[in-house]
Ligand binder design. Sequence first.
Ligand code: MN
Length: 734
Amino acid sequence: MSAAILDRILSSDGSKYPADFQQIIDLMGGARSIGESAEDFVWRAYSFGKKAHQGQLRKSGEPYFTHCVEVATILAEMKLDSVTISAALLHDVVEDTGYTRKDVEKEFSEELARLVDGVTKLSDMKFRSEEDKQAVNFRKMLLSVADDIRVIIIKFADRLHNMRTLEHLPAVKQRRIARETRDVYAPLAHRLGMYRIKSEMEDLIFNILEPKQSKELEKLIPKRQAFFEKYVQKFLEPVKERMEKTGYHATYKSRFKSHYSIFRKMKDQNRPFEDVYDIYAVRIIVDQVEACYSVLGFIHSLYTPIQERFKDFIAQPKSNGYQSIQTTVVGPNGFPVEVQVRTKEMDDTAEEGVAAHWQYKERDDKTAQDDIDQQVTWLRNLVDILQTEDKTTSHQFMDLLKIDLYKDEIFVYTPKGEVRILPLGATPLDFAFDVHSQVGLHCIGAKVNGRIKPLNSGLESGDKVEIITSDSQKPNSSWLKFVQTSKAKSNIRKWIKGQEFEQSVRLGKEILEKELRKIRKAKEWKHLKDPFLTLKFDSEEKMIASIGSGHRTVSSILTKFFPEEYAKPQKAKSDTSLAESFLNRARRNTKGVSIQGIDNMMISFGKCCNPIPGDPIVGFITRGRGITVHQKTCETVGTNLLEKERIIDVDWAAARAQTFLVRLKVLAQERKHLVRDVTEIISAYDINIDTLSMKVDGDVVTGLVIVEVEGVKQLDRLKSKLLASDGIISVERE
Ligand code: MN
C-alpha cells in the first residue's frame, strides 16, 4: 500500500498527515535514517500499527493505538532515532495482535523486529509472587540491555504512559503497578541517568501510593512557586549583567524540584513544607566547558557559597554519565539557592541519560558511543555478579540490585591516585572487593589518608585508601551487615557457602568413617564402585556433605548397601545423636536454650553466627539434627526464612552457668606492651583466654583472641574496655 493511499484513508482534515503523527515528526526534527526517509519509515510503522490494533480499545475507551502513539511521542521528545520510534509504534503488535516478529521483519527490518521482540519478551511471562515477578522482570530487563539498550528505553516510555493513564484501572491494580514502577523502573531509570522520566514516574507513584500527602503538597506548592519565580529573577539579575559584559552566551532554566523529591526532603529533614528550602534550582547552560568555570567564578563573587555543597561533576562525572557543576550559595534575603552550571550536551545527558547518548551517537559522536558502552558494560557486570549467586532468592536479588541502583556515589583514590567510584556509605571492605575479590577476602583493615581504620568505617569522597591484607584473615557473616556494594556482598556469601560445604564434607567424612568402623564395613565400602550414583548424588563429595549438613542420616545412606546391619532398628546407635555430638564439640554444652515448652530437643548452634547468651536468637528446625539456634540477624536464617513453618521461637534459659567460646579479631596500631595490656584487660574480667595470637606487620598489628565468656553483656563490656585502650582500632566478633 503506498503512502498516498494511506493518506486518504487516515487523514480526514485535508492536511497531509493525522495530527498525532505530525507531532511525532515535528518533535523528531531531522532524525537520520538510511535509505528511505525517516518520515516515510515512521509513517509506514504508524499505518501498520493503526491497522493491526484496529478495533482494540483501552480501558479508557480510547482506541488502543493511541497508547502506541503516545509512547512514540515520548521517545520523539527524547530525540531518539526513527527505528526506535517506529518500534514504539509497533511495540504491542506482536503481543496483542495476530502479527508475528517475522511479519514485522518482512515489512520493515530485522533491527526493528528485534526491538519489538525485545519489548514483547519483557512483558510476557507469568509469575508466582510479587517479589518473584520483580526479580524476574529485572533480570530480563538487564539482560535485554546486552542486546540493545533501546529496548529498555522503549519499555520505560511504555511504562511512563501506562502510569500517566492509570486512573482507568481498579485501585488495587493501580497500587500494584505503582509499586512495581517504584521498585523496578524508577531505580533503573535513575541508574541510566534518565532523570526526567524517573522524576515524572516518581511523582505519579507518589500520587497513587501517598494520595493524602500528595494532595496536601499540591495545595501548598503554587504560592511558594509564585514567590520563587520572582525571587529567581532578582537572583539572576546581577549574574546576567555580568555575563553580558564578558560576552558569554547562556540560557537560564529554573524550576521547582518534583513533588516526590520535596516530599522526601520533608521526610528526611523531618520538617514541614515551609521549612524546607532546597526545593528549587537555577540552571545556567553555556556553550563551552571552560565557560562553566568562569560562570562559577561570577556566582561565587556575587554570592557567598556554602562550602560543603559545592560539587564538580564535570571533572569527575557520575557513573551514569551525569556532568554538571553544582553549588549552593546564599541569595538575596539569605535564602540558599542551588545553582547548576553545565553545557547543552551535559544538560541533555542529565535529563535523558543513556537516551541522550544515543542521540549524540547518531551524530557520530565518538565519546557518546563510549558512554553507552560503559553503561552496557556496567549493567552486564551487574548481571554477571547476580548470576553467580546460585539460588539467590528473589528477595536477595532485589536487595543487591537496589544497592547498586539508588545510592549516591563517592570518589576515592588508590595509593597510585586512580579514582574508584563507590556508593555512599561504602567501607574499606567495599573498596577492597572493588579492587579484587582476593583482596577483599583477606582484607583486615585499611589506611585511610595514612591512618589505620577498621573494616566497617565509612569512606568519604577524596579519601586515599590503602588496603591492609592478612593471609590469616577470613570473611565472616558479620561482614554482610556493613558492606554496601553488591560485589562485596555476593563475594562474601559465595565464600561462606563454600566454607559451609567444606565443613559439611569434613564432618560427614568423620561420621561416615566412624559408622563404617562400628558396623565393620570399612573395607567393603572402599570396594563399592561409586556408591553415590546409586543414591542419585552428583558426586561423592556431595553425598558426604549431605551427612555432615544433616540433610541425610548416615544410616539412610549405608542401609542401601548393608541392609542387614540396619534390619533391627535398635541395633545401631542413632546416628543423629552421633552427628549432634560432633556438632557440639566446639561448644561445651547445648543446654541453656529453652524452646516453647518442649523438652529434650536436640539443639545445636549455627556455626555461621555463633550465638551466645544475650544475642537475640531464633531456632530453625533442620532435617535430621534437631534445632539449630542462630542469631536473629544471621544471614543463614534470612535465606531460610522463606520456609516459615521451620522457624521456631527460642529463648535463652534463665540458668547460664556455662561459658561460650568467642573469637575476636583485633586490629591495632603497633605500640609497646600491647599484648601485655590486652591480656591484663581480659584477665581483669576474670575471663579465660583460650588463644591469643598477635601478628605485627609494619605499624599494623592483627590479632586473634579466643575467650570464654558468659554472654553478650560481658563480651560488650570487654570489647569497649579493649577499644578504650591506646592504639586498638577495632575488635570484631566472628
Ligand atoms: Mn504498551
